[in-house]
Design a protein around this ligand. Structure first.
Ligand code: KIV
Ligand code: NA
Length: 279
């Protein structure tokens, strides 16, 4: 497989082709993303909820993120891999942000870029990571699940004129600080379009309409694997939880009824040894 590089992504954006991204958390989801040949895979901290069953992303640690980044890396040799910096690993200081980003590259397998949440407040963090550690940074504005205190819950952002102005200021600040792209989450389609047109870096939308430079979805959400909560912006492309549950139920029934394992799934002794064995 030819690996996707950051310049490839930028080229795609310049040619006005949509950038396709999806999250992955382990070897299996990584394999799916790799076979589907998306442009980039985000090992998102959403894994706290959709892969670990935690109530929010706020308790996920750097060590846990790295463990998942390595698992995804073993499956993904095509798409670029972006690692999400967990809550608390970059907010306290520029030094901490650089240190965490370096760990992501050194200990995160094939991770080549990091993502962090927040707007203009993250200006010096992004600058430090890009310029001092020379690690590409993907920004993330709009609904930022690590920053519930600021955004006020899982709800649409950028609905007032002031909020749109703030979003644009944040987007321009992140671009100026050196982000190679921006995730824009849960904002009206017209707002994401407006911001996308003002920028010279790609926007990757999730719940942000069709006018962004690309799209990202959380894999267990779009596959229908996660049944706790599904945001309006998630399209379910499959019904994997039901499909897989049915498969396991059938297996259980066949074990009980002795339909499984049949001869096809059993090892057989040679006739000669069978005779000797029975004698
Ligand atoms: O953690 C995550 O999955 C994300 C995406 C929703 C962009 O941040
Ligand atoms: Na995230």
């Amino acid at each position: 497989t030819k690996s996707v590089t950051l310049p490839d992504l930028v080229e795609k954006y310049r040619r006005n082709e949509k950038v396709v991204a999806i999250t992955a958390y382990d070897y299996i989801t990584g394999t799916i993303a790799n076979k589907a040949a998306v442009d980039f895979v985000l090992v998102g901290d959403s894994l706290a909820m959709v892969a670990l069953g935690l109530p929010s992303t706020s308790t996920l640690t750097m060590d846990e993120m790295l463990h998942h980044c390595r698992a995804v890396s073993r499956a993904v040799d095509g798409p670029l891999i972006v690692g999400d910096l967990p809550y608390g690993s970059y907010e306290p200081s520029d030094e901490k942000a650089v240190e965490s980003s370096l760990r992501m590259i050194r200990e995160g397998g094939r991770v080549q870029a990091i993502k962090l949440e927040g707007g203009a407040r993250m200006y010096s963090r992004v600058q430090s990571i890009v310029n001092n550690a020379e690690i590409p940074v993907l920004g993330h504005i709009g609904l930022t699940p690590q920053k519930m205190g600021h955004v006020g819950g899982f709800k649409t952002q950028g609905k007032s004129v002031e909020a749109v102005e703030k979003l644009l200021d944040d987007a321009l600040a992140l671009q100026d600080a050196g982000c190679f792209g921006l995730v824009i989450e849960a904002v009206p389609a017209a707002v994401a379009k407006f911001i996308t047109e003002k920028l010279s870096i790609p926007t990757i939308g999730i719940g942000a309409g069709k006018h962004t430079s690309g799209q990202i979805l959380v894999m267990p959400d779009m596959l229908g694997f996660y049944d706790k909560f599904t945001p309006k912006f998630v399209k379910k492309y499959s019904n994997c939880l039901d499909v897989c549950t049915d498969a396991v139920k059938t297996y259980a029934e066949e074990v009980v009824s002795e339909q499984f394992p049949s001869a096809e799934h059993s090892f057989n002794l040679s006739e000669k040894n069978m005779k000797a064995f029975e004698a």
